[in-house]
Design a protein around this ligand. Structure first.
Ligand SMILES: [Mn+2]
Length: 378
C-alpha cells in the first residue's frame, strides 16, 4: 500500500509586508501553494491513505481564506476517495476549551478523519484486503495528559500499525521548536513494533530511525529553514517491509547569508560588503536575511538603511540581524530581533544565574498564558 505523510503546512501563516496583486500577503499565498502542490501530487498518484501529522493551520483561529482553502483542498482528496487522517498540532490547539477546535469543521467531510479531542484514537482501514490501523495521539492540554495517552499506545493485531503524533522527540538528539506548548515524545516511545511512525512538529525532514520520520514543513517558515528542501514523504508497505522517499515541493527561495564580521571594518567598508553580498545573492523574489556580526553601535547607527532598502527592493522580504557591540567592549549587547514573548521570557530566565529559576519560569509562563488566553477570547 502507498501512503503519503506530511505535516506542518501552517495554513493561514502570513509574514512580512509584501502582498500579491489581489492584496493578499505573499507569504500566506506561498504557504497555500505549497499545500496545493501536495494535493496535486496526491490526486495524481492516488495513494491508499494520507496522514497529516499536525499544524495544518498556523493558529487557533485561522482566517476565512485559510479555512475555505483547507476545505477545498481536502475535498479534492475526499472526492478521489483518498482517506485523510488529520491530527491536531500545537499551533491550532485552543488554550481554552470554550474556544472550540477548528478541526470540528472537518467532522462531516467524507473520507476525512480529524483527530483533535486530546486523546489517543485509532482508525482502521481495509486496504486491498489488508488491515491497517492508524494510532493517533493529537495535541493534548498538558505534557502530563499527553504522557498518560502515550502510555496507552499499543500496536494491535493487524497487517500494519502506524503511529502518528505531533511533538518534539527527545533522546540522543532533541528536536525542539522552542515553543511553549510543545509536547515531548521520549525516543523510547518510537517503538519498532509499529510499521511506520509519522511525526509532525519539527520543520526539517528527518529520519529518526528505520521506521520513524518527521516529514518537515511544506514551506520554509523561519530563517532556520533557509536552504532546506521542503516536501513530504511517500511510503510503501509491502510484505511487512517499509520503503520511503522524500518528495520535494517547490518553495520560495530563502537565503540566510553567512554573517558579515564587522568588528574591524569602517562604515564605508561595511556598506561595501553589504552591497557586494546583496548583488551576489540576487534577492529578486526571495526572502533574505543579512547578519552583521560584532558591529560597533556607532557604525550600525551610521548605516544607510535607505540605500540597503533600495538594493533589496525586489526581494519579497529582507531583514538585517545585527549583533551590536558595546561602544567600548567586545561583548554583543544583543540582537535587534525579538521573538514571541513567551520564548524571549524563557531565554531570559534561563540565561540568569538564579536559584528560583523553575518557580519564576512557572509563574511567568502562567501569567503570560493567562493574558494570551484572554487575547484568544477577543
Ligand atoms: Mn508544531
Amino acid at each position: 500500500m502507498k501512503i503519503l505523510h506530511l505535516a506542518d503546512t501552517h495554513l493561514g501563516y502570513s509574514a512580512y509586508r509584501k502582498a500579491t496583486f489581489d492584496g493578499i500577503n505573499q507569504r500566506e499565498m506561498d504557504v497555500y501553494k505549497a499545500f496545493e502542490q501536495f494535493v496535486d501530487y496526491a490526486v495524481n498518484i492516488n495513494p491508499n491513505l494520507v496522514i497529516h501529522a499536525g499544524d495544518l493551520f498556523d493558529n487557533v483561529r485561522p482566517n476565512n481564506r485559510a479555512i475555505s482553502f483547507a476545505i477545498d483542498q481536502l475535498n479534492r482528496l475526499s472526492k478521489k476517495q483518498i482517506p485523510v487522517v488529520l491530527i491536531a498540532g500545537n499551533h491550532e490547539h485552543p488554550k481554552l476549551r470554550e474556544t472550540g477546535h477548528i478541526f470540528k469543521v472537518f467532522d462531516h467531510i467524507e473520507n476525512v478523519y480529524p483527530i483533535y479531542k486530546e486523546k489517543y484514537e485509532k482508525r482502521e482501514f481495509k486496504i486491498k484486503n489488508e488491515k491497517l490501523i492508524v494510532h493517533a495521539i493529537p495535541q493534548c492540554k498538558s505534557k502530563k495528559e499527553y504522557d498518560a495517552e502515550l502510555k496507552k499506545l499499543k500496536p494491535l493485531d493487524a497487517d500494519y500499525n502506524i503511529f502518528t503524533s505531533h511533538g518534539s522527540v527527545n533522546g540522543v538528539k532533541n528536536f525542539y521548536m522552542n515553543e511553549f506548548n510543545e509536547l515531548i515524545l521520549p525516543a523510547r516511545t518510537l517503538s519498532k513494533d509499529f510499521d511506520y511512525i509519522a511525526l509532525g512538529h519539527f520543520h526539517k525532514y528527518t529520519k529518526l530511525s528505520e521506521n520513524a520520520f518527521y516529514s518537515g514543513s511544506t514551506e520554509g517558515l523561519s530563517f532556520t529553514d533557509a536552504g532546506e528542501k521542503k516536501g513530504f514523504i511517500e511510503l510503501q508497505l509491502k510484505n511487512k517491509t517499509l520503503s520511503t522517499s522524500f518528495i520535494e515541493i517547490k518553495t520560495r527561495p530563502m537565503v540566510d547569508v553567512k554573517p558579515i564580521k564587522c568588528s574591524s571594518l569602517k562604515l564605508d567598508e561595511v556598506m561595501k560588503k553589504i552591497k557586494k553580498t546583496v548583488q551576489e545573492i540576487k534577492p529578486q523574489e526571495k526572502t533574505v536575511r543579512l547578519t552583521l556580526d560584532e558591529i560597533p553601535a556607532h557604525i550600525y547607527r551610521g548605516l544607510d538603511f535607505n540605500e540597503i532598502r533600495k538594493l533589496t527592493s525586489n526581494a519579497i522580504h529582507y531583514e538585517i540581524k545585527a549583533n551590536i557591540l558595546k561602544e567600548e567592549g567586545k561583548k554583543p549587547i544583543g540582537s535587534s530581533k525579538i521573538g514571541a514573548l513567551l520564548n524571549e521570557f524563557k531565554y531570559y530566565v534561563e540565561s540568569q544565574k538564579i536559584k528560583e529559576k523553575e518557580i519564576i519560569l512557572d509563574l511567568g509562563i502562567g501569567y503570560i498564558e493567562k493574558i494570551e488566553s484572554i487575547e484568544e477570547k477577543k
